[in-house]
Design a protein around this ligand. Structure first.
Ligand code: CMC
Length: 427
């Protein structure tokens, strides 16, 4: 029979035909496979979701073997070359590139939502001077839900869209406030006459001047980095956004969950970890020793490897090129030599070749950020800002998908069988 999978249960000798649709079998179809009427039925066991599709999605396409990444069908290379971040965010949210009028309205709306409530300043002031900006960002976005109680109405498309505009607009403002807090500097208000990335850099770095002039190569580099980070299908933080959002909580709370997932060093915290790794290596001469330590499994080579890409991460290729342009303006980042040497040795070494470990998006992005004067602890925040569009596109798609339900995985219980409570004097 075409497009079916025939399963023989050797425990019972029974045969089952399970439909295959789009290269997948439904895990719930396995439930019919039972040894008795009381049996729950077969479950699929997949820790870390190595081979489980949790959704149908029309947002982002990745071919990990070929190193392909597309948003709504558009290759990442073309978006990075011709697009802007806000245009890309529109594409992710609405499914099509905007017309000139649509883009103008979208940009105007985002610009008109950049200011955050003054009370958020007090929330920020509660943080210690050395609080990690990512912890501050996660908390302040969660706090936004208390300012917009109507956001709970997640089944209403217009309310949802309003929160999408608000989040894309306000996250850079909050991010800049986190940075300024850590330096004890007054917070800068957004300037709606500036573009998205220029406005962000102004909120970050403007001192007494009325407007910070940003070198066009640097603001374009940031724009490109934002485009490259805008979405990446069902990664850890997006899965968190969908799972938390599936309880129908407001998007600010779901976003806080996604951002928390991003913060980890295996995910969006990797760009920070790469910089700290390069600094700890300190000298090109130390690279072979470090590679030996990686091979002895003492440390990970941060910024290498990916669950999906088993080839050069296409984002890393674009970032490497962008880094050269940035360094023309800022001067070469001294850590670049170490990164290049790590890459050279790793790409030639059997340990990495056999495991198909290539540089990922985080390997060179930190070097660019650092050369632009952005502090290392801000790197995960710089990942979260552009990923806002992707998380929200995925959140919206999840809510509009009639097949989706509250996320609730199953488990294989391995604890003790039922036993009676033991009084304290008999333990
Ligand atoms: N350094 C050394 N060995 C590695 C690395 C690495 N960076 N990544 C994977 N390996 C080894 C791993 O030990 C395993 O070896 P073996 O099969 O002998 O046990 C093999 O390669 C397969 O790795 P895995 O851990 O099973 O792969 P995974 O898909 O579960 O993990 C990953 C993917 C990205 C978490 C992992 O590659 C890693 O920890 N990389 C370093 C952190 C990093 O750069 N993260 C950023 C990811 S890209 C940005 C993003 O989307 O967040």
């Amino acid at each position: 029979m075409a497009d079916t999978l025939t399963i023989t249960d050797n425990r019972t000798g029974k045969k089952y035909d399970v439909p295959i649709v789009d290269g997948a079998v439904r895990a719930t179809d396995l439930r019919q496979i039972k040894t008795s009427e009381e049996d729950w039925g077969l479950v699929s066991y997949d820790p870390g979701f190595l081979n489980t599709a949790a959704t149908r999605s029309s947002i982002t396409y990745i071919d990990g073997d070929q190193g392909v990444l597309e948003y709504r069908g558009y290759p990442i290379e073309q978006l990075a070359e011709h697009g802007t971040y806000l245009e890309t965010a529109y594409l992710l949210i609405h499914g099509e590139l905007p017309t000139a009028d649509e883009l103008k309205n979208w940009e105007n709306s985002i610009e008109s939502h950049t200011i955050v409530h003054e009370n958020l300043k007090q929330l920020m002031e509660g943080f210690r001077y050395d609080a990690h900006p990512m912890g501050m960002l996660i908390s302040s976005v969660a706090a936004l839900s208390t300012f917009y109680p109507e956001a709970k109405n997640v089944r209403d498309a217009a309310t949802r869209l309003k929160q999408i505009h608000r989040l894309i607009a306000k996250v850079p403002t909050l991010a800049a406030v986190c940075y300024r807090h850590s330096l004890g500097l007054p917070y800068n208000y957004p300037n709606n006459e500036l573009g998205y990335t220029e406005n962000f850099l102004n909120m970050m770095f403007r001192m007494t001047e009325s407007r910070l002039e940003v070198h066009p190569v640097l603001s374009r580099a940031l724009e490109i980095l934002f485009i490259l980070h805008a979405d990446h299908e069902q990664n850890c933080s997006t899965a968190a956004m969908r799972a938390v959002g599936s309880s129908e909580v407001d998007p600010y709370s779901a976003y806080a969950g996604a951002a928390a997932a991003l913060y980890g060093p295996l995910h969006g915290g990797a760009n920070e970890a790469v910089l700290r790794m390069l600094e700890s290596i300190g000298d090109v001469k130390e690279v072979p020793n470090f590679i030996e330590r990686v091979k002895n499994r003492e440390v990970l080579l941060m910024g290498f490897g990916h669950r999906v890409y088993k080839n050069y991460d296409p984002r890393a290729t674009i970032i490497k090129r962008t880094a050269d342009e940035v360094f023309e303006v800022t001067g070469r980042n001294p850590l670049l030599e170490i990164a290049l040497e790590l890459e050279r040795i790793a790409l030639d070494d059997d340990f990495f070749v056999k495991r198909k470990l290539y540089p990922n998006v985080d390997f060179y992005s930190g070097l660019i950020y650092q050369s632009m004067g952005l502090p290392v602890s801000m790197f995960p925040v710089l990942f979260a800002i552009p990923r806002t569009a992707g998380w929200l596109a995925q959140w919206q798609e999840m809510l509009e998908d009639p097949e989706q339900k509250i996320a609730r995985p199953r488990q294989i219980y391995t604890g003790p069988a039922r036993r009676d409570y033991v009084p304290m004097n008999r333990r």
